[in-house]
Design a binder for this molecule. Structure first.
Ligand SMILES: Nc1ncnc2c1ncn2[C@@H]1O[C@H](COP(=O)(O)OP(=O)(O)OP(=O)(O)O)[C@@H](O)[C@H]1O
Length: 419
């Protein structure tokens, strides 16, 4: 068997294909998953009383709720600190959505610029692992954004290759939006439902929030192939859909894996991109400058048809599909990537010092959701209308846009992810 490393992507050549399909025993896999959930619970340094877990799971069944009304968490029995909800409860609860996905070959799409060159290093690491485990692969380094688009747009999902994107959240954002367009065209042509596209993602970026939400990070990349590809399983995940209305009243669709922030987050993102300092620090500095600028927005927020804010002042608005964004900021710490629901946080205080301390709590442990300045909601459709004179800044997975109104919902039929 021989595998090749190729660049750029449009020069893909064939490799010799391993005859045996990689398959797995679903039952065994489910047992392993349950086992890992059990051990995770037992190893917890902050034991959670059953009652709290029960209460939390009940709440997940509801369409929307406000954290201030329904307290999630309790005091820890050893240190008496407040304990939040478990960070990754999602994939242990959704075993029914797991299915085996045999494949013959891995087609890696590596964004060499992700993570300031980390994407390339991670790609090389994976090549070593795939070679070691004798899994046939083709490594494709995207030479440009256009290259990246072409590759995903024309990828043969009907074949027995697995598309593996190695990059950050921006690379996943590009992939999802290309696939969404592709699915819409295929639906029209086929006049029948198109199956979710199977996808593997590897954290090769800077923030890697989506990868972290499905349970892996840079360290786990070292045994990624052994852990995820020898017995590959694909699971349905929620992909956020965001419909933006521009100043001319035209609507545009975007798909995201992590979050959309309206107003504050959009302005912070733009400020941060202008600062030439280290990733986490530049967002902290930009957020601080935005808080002290004392800018607030007037918005209406409607969740599943219910108005929760009517032309009210708001400082920070973010809709999350994952529990952490920006490489560690926990705006919506109990968001889950496969519950069919989006989480929303609204923050407002006219005191700069309070806003700083609430945002610090979000950065530190996610316990800001208990503060009176925060309102936390969950819902299937979140509609945000800006009452500002000009279109308002917003960001979706780190990409900047402007809008006058935005509707967020979930698409669970776009992709299935290996994890
Ligand atoms: N050759 C290339 N192929 C693909 N994308 C590229 C390329 N060169 C630059 N880019 C840019 O890389 C961006 C995606 O980077 P990505 O988000 O994967 O990394 P990151 O920003 O370091 O990580 P994160 O988003 O997790 O913080 C895209 O927005 C795209 O504009």
């Amino acid at each position: 068997m021989q595998s090749e490393v190729l660049t750029p992507v449009n020069k893909v050549q064939k490799t010799e294909v391993h005859d045996e399909l990689v398959n797995l025993d679903l039952k065994k896999q489910n047992q392993q998953q349950l086992h890992s959930y059990e051990s995770q619970k037992n190893n917890s340094t902050h034991p959670e009383p059953n009652q709290t877990t029960q209460r939390y799971e009940n709440l997940l069944g509801e369409m929307t709720f406000q954290v201030q009304d329904a307290v999630i968490g309790t005091s820890c029995c050893c240190c008496k600190k407040k304990v939040g909800a478990p960070l990754f409860p999602s994939f242990q609860n959704k075993l029914d959505k797991v299915r085996s996905r045999p494949f013959k070959r891995v087609q890696m799409l590596i964004n060499p610029t992700s993570g300031g060159g980390n994407g390339k290093k991670i790609g090389n690491n994976l090549i070593k692992q795939l070679t070691k485990h004798k899994i046939p692969f083709v490594a494709n380094y995207s030479a440009s954004i256009l290259n990246f688009y072409d590759f995903v747009e024309t990828f043969d999902f009907e074949g027995e290759d697995l598309l593996m994107v190695c990059g950050g959240d921006g690379s996943i954002f590009m992939t999802l939006n290309i696939l969404a367009k592709r699915q819409a065209v295929e639906k029209k042509l086929n006049e029948k439902p198109v199956k979710p596209y199977p996808l593997a993602v590897v954290p090769g970026g800077t923030g890697n929030d989506f990868c972290s939400s499905i349970g892996f990070n840079h360290i786990q990349v070292n045994n990624y192939v052994e852990k995820y590809l020898l017995e590959p399983k694909v699971r349905k995940v929620d992909i956020g859909r965001c419909r933006l209305k521009d100043k001319n009243g035209n609507w545009k669709n975007y798909y995201f894996s992590c979050q959309g922030g309206v107003g504050f987050a959009g302005r912070v993102d733009q400020r941060a991109k202008k600062l030439g300092i280290f990733f986490r620090l530049k967002y902290k500095v930009a957020a601080f400058l935005e808080v002290v600028s004392a800018k607030t927005d007037i918005m209406t927020v409607i969740i599943d048809g219910k108005t929760v804010l009517d032309k009210g002042k708001v400082k920070f608005v973010e809709v999350n599909n994952v529990p952490r964004t920006g490489g560690g900021f926990r705006a919506c710490p109990i968001a889950q990537v496969n519950d069919g629901i989006l989480d929303l946080i609204l923050m407002y205080s006219d005191k700069t010092s309070r806003m700083i301390s609430v945002l610090q709590a979000a950065e530190k442990n996610g316990l800001h959701i208990y503060e009176k300045e925060c309102q936390y909601y969950r819902g299937k459709e979140i509609r945000i209308i800006s009452h500002e004179k000009d279109p308002i800044d917003m960001e979706i997975d780190g990409e900047d846009f402007k809008c006058t109104e935005v509707i967020f919902d979930i698409d669970s039929e776009l992709v299935e992810v290996v994890y």
